[in-house]
Design a protein around this ligand. Structure first.
Ligand code: XBP
Ligand code: MG
Length: 262
């Protein structure tokens, strides 16, 4: 069995709880600016999250919730412009530091760097959103911590397709067996598992009831020495917060038992 070499992180919901108070608020501000009477509630946004990608989510909402609305001009271009406005609101919000990193994220990333592990990001969100979050919530130089930041439209098919993880593995010339992925959602887990990655899930309010069958470990957050995580499925090897030995333990399991959390 080869040694663990890299950790690959999802962003939204995994590094930080960006959806409810970040993306949702930014969408609503862009709607108001555009004179639209759309307003995504916390609950409705939770449903809309089943569609990954902001432009794709807008397209879905338009079709499902406001089918009679005819955007002026080309529909795709109109959605792209609305989404661009949303991205501007989102990056501004994140730069105001309204969304902190989730427990244990900064510690684990620092420990991984100290241990010589390679780091990467595999996310559906727009690259500018990742830059804003990392520079604001992690460290000003933290873009350099990651060998690859794979984001947004860099691949044609978004999660749950494996394309974004495949892209990371190919770019880093890594075999999936020497990596561990971190996700928060069912769609993210599908994406990582289809790329043959062992995957850790940290659930959040929007994803806690989802099916995480196939994950190596399901916990409520990565934890800290003084803030133990709760194990929802799987084996944490006697640890109460996520550290490098636990990452190595999970990577050696490789073919995790079919864990069911539903
Ligand atoms: C989560 C998403 C994203 C964001 C919105 O992605 O589905 O689409 O909600 O981002 P992940 P954009 O968990 O893979 O990071 O509006 O920039 O698409
Ligand atoms: Mg996510």
């Amino acid at each position: 069995m080869s040694k663990l070499q890299a950790l690959i992180f999802d962003v939204d919901g995994t590094l930080a709880d960006t959806e409810r108070d970040g993306h949702r608020v930014a969408f609503n501000r862009a709607f108001a600016d555009a004179g639209l009477d759309w307003d995504w509630s916390i609950a409705r946004y939770g449903e809309l999250l089943s569609v990954t990608g902001g432009k794709e989510r807008l397209q879905h909402y338009l079709t499902m919730d406001d089918p009679d609305f005819e955007p002026p001009g080309d529909r795709r271009e109109w959605i792209a412009a609305l989404h661009k406005a949303k991205t501007a609101h989102y990056t501004r919000l994140i730069q105001e530091n309204v969304v902190p990193l989730r427990p244990g994220v900064k510690r684990l990333l620092q420990d991984a760097r100290d241990a010589g592990l390679r780091l990467a990001i595999a996310t559906t969100t727009t690259p500018a959103n990742v830059t804003a979050l990392l520079q604001t919530a992690l460290a000003p130089d933290s873009l350099d911590w990651f060998e690859v930041i794979a984001a947004g439209d860099i691949v044609p098919a978004k999660k749950p397709a494996p394309d974004i993880y495949d892209y990371v593995l190919q770019t880093m010339q890594l075999d999936s067996q020497v990596c561990l992925a971190f996700e928060d959602s069912h769609a993210g887990l599908q994406s990582a598992r289809q790329a043959a990655l062992s995957t850790v899930i940290t659930v959040n309010d929007y994803t806690q009831a989802q099916d995480f069958t196939g994950a190596s470990l399901v916990i409520d957050h990565l934890g800290e020495p003084a803030l133990p995580f709760k194990v929802l499925a799987g084996e944490s090897n006697g640890t109460t917060f996520f550290d490098i030995p636990l990452a190595q333990f999970l990577q050696t399991l490789q073919h995790p038992p079919e864990l069911s959390t539903t």
